[in-house]
Design a protein around this ligand. Structure first.
Ligand code: SF4
Ligand code: SF4
Length: 436
């Protein structure tokens, strides 16, 4: 079996949050393979901990990809401040791979930023790294690729639990474990009423549902008190975001001036998207196409805007509605780095202060203790592409690692495996419930 076939069988997807099926990248032909260890979401440290404790597996995954894609060189993107992880990784890299040391900047983990930092090429507007001869993989994806080579499927997720919990930490959990179990494993919440940011406060989603399961793309869980600034800000009804924006945006354009994609030379101009709110009666009928190339990093909403408005959310909505309307924006100007890009980059520490997170900015070390989980709810769609189809029935006994969801022949997607040994208690269109 080729590496790509093994990765497909094992159900490996982009573990950094995107969920793109990894076997596709493994069968491409590229000049460079990039490992993404930049990790820039405030408080999340799972990639750092993984690089520190599993450098051999990560480097092995990178080496396998270098071979399968016939790449001539590898680059390992890692923050300069993470000296211990740099030294752990360096011991295992072969001569084909070079370290790309990054500043402690948000969002240094964005693929467009990382590709530019590593190989000096700018991905074409709305393009992908493949367009400039490379593939980028998060370090946990590389770890999973190394396991897949030995026919070990993805049944566990490495996550960081941080914020208002008693023991902020990073650990492996079976896919499908509830947030409730995960938070308890991290010592429990420090406060009675809290919200959870899944995947980070900048690009993640807010939930109050403790029964939600960890998936193959859950990078981190940030627990914050219900009265925290970020929870209140995110928990506003959507119509308020746009209603307030329509009356309060003074077009100062700070959101654009600090936008990382704009500074890279892409035509992303959130202040013009905000202007659209004022042009229409509802504030949503006609959106400005300057949203199309936005990567939803959240800096405009949570850092740049002096009025606490929601330009990122306006861009998100605009992208969805323009897609539905079949409108595609094509950048006319050549992509050219802004002359003072470097001067406008946002240090992570500064961002953490702005987000009022400094009290939670502590280490979240790796713990090898095993979490005991009696019940998992495993979603059939944890990736980009088609949903997997259940291949087990209610009442069936399954072993850990057994395939329980399969991708139909020829479709894009990732297979799903049982993450604990037990009995299948329910099979729906959306998930499979297993109890031990
Ligand atoms: S920074 Fe805020 S007030 Fe200024 S243009 Fe952007 S959305 Fe409007
Ligand atoms: S979220 Fe805002 S700052 Fe980030 S890329 Fe989009 S427009 Fe730019």
């Amino acid at each position: 079996m080729s590496l790509s076939e093994k990765i497909f069988e094992a159900g490996v997807v982009g573990a950094g949050g995107a969920g793109f099926p990894a076997h596709i990248k493994a069968k491409s032909n590229v000049e460079f393979v990039l490992a993404n260890g930049a990790e820039c979401e405030p408080l999340i440290q799972k990639d750092y901990e993984l690089m520190l404790h599993f450098p051999k597996e990560i480097s092995k995954g990178l080496e396998l990809l270098l071979r399968s894609t016939s790449a001539k060189k590898g680059f390992f993107g890692i923050k300069e401040k993470n000296e211990k992880a740099i030294s752990a990784i360096s011991r295992h890299l072969n001569g084909k791979t070079e370290l790309t040391k990054l500043g402690d900047i948000y969002p240094s983990g964005d693929e467009f930023e990382l590709v530019y930092e590593a190989i000096g090429r700018l991905i074409p507007p709305a393009g992908i790294p493949l367009n400039v001869g490379c593939v980028v993989n998060n370090v946990e994806t590389l770890y999973n690729i190394a396991l897949a080579e030995n026919n070990v499927p993805v049944t566990k997720k490495f996550i960081c639990v941080a914020g208002a919990v008693k023991n902020p930490s990073s650990f492996f959990v079976p896919v499908g474990t509830s947030f409730k179990d995960v938070i308890e494993f991290a010592g429990g919440a420090k406060v009675k009423e809290f919200g959870i940011f899944i995947g980070g406060v900048m690009m993640g989603r807010l939930t109050f549902d403790l029964d939600e399961p960890v998936t193959k793309t859950t990078a981190g869980i940030i627990v914050l008190p219900k009265e925290h600034y970020l929870i209140k800000r995110k928990n506003q009804p959507e119509q308020n975001w746009h209603r307030i924006g329509k009356s309060a945006c003074d077009q100062c354009s700070y959101c654009t001036e600090l936008c990382p994609r704009y500074l890279l030379g892409y035509q992303v101009e959130p202040h013009k998207v905000m202007r659209s709110l004022g042009f229409t009666k509802s504030g949503a009928a006609v959106w400005n196409q300057m949203a199309e190339l936005c990567c939803s990093c959240g800096l405009c909403t949570l850092y740049a805007c002096p009025e606490d408005l929601y330009p990122k959310e306006a861009c998100d909505k605009a992208k969805v509605e323009m897609k539905e309307a079949g409108i595609k924006f094509i950048q006319q100007k050549p992509v050219k780095i802004h002359p003072i890009k470097e001067g406008r980059r946002v240090p992570l520490k500064q961002l953490i202060m702005k987000l009022k997170l400094q009290d939670y900015d502590v280490e979240a070390p790796f713990t090898s203790r095993n979490i005991s989980v009696r019940k998992v709810r495993i979603p059939l769609q944890q990736h980009i592409g088609k949903s997997a189809q259940a291949i087990v029935k209610k009442g069936e006994l399954v072993e850990e690692g057994q395939m329980i969801g399969k991708i139909p022949e020829g479709e894009l997607g990732a297979n799903i495996h049982a993450s604990i040994k037990g009995k299948v208690e329910a099979v729906t269109e959306k998930f499979i419930l297993i109890e031990s």
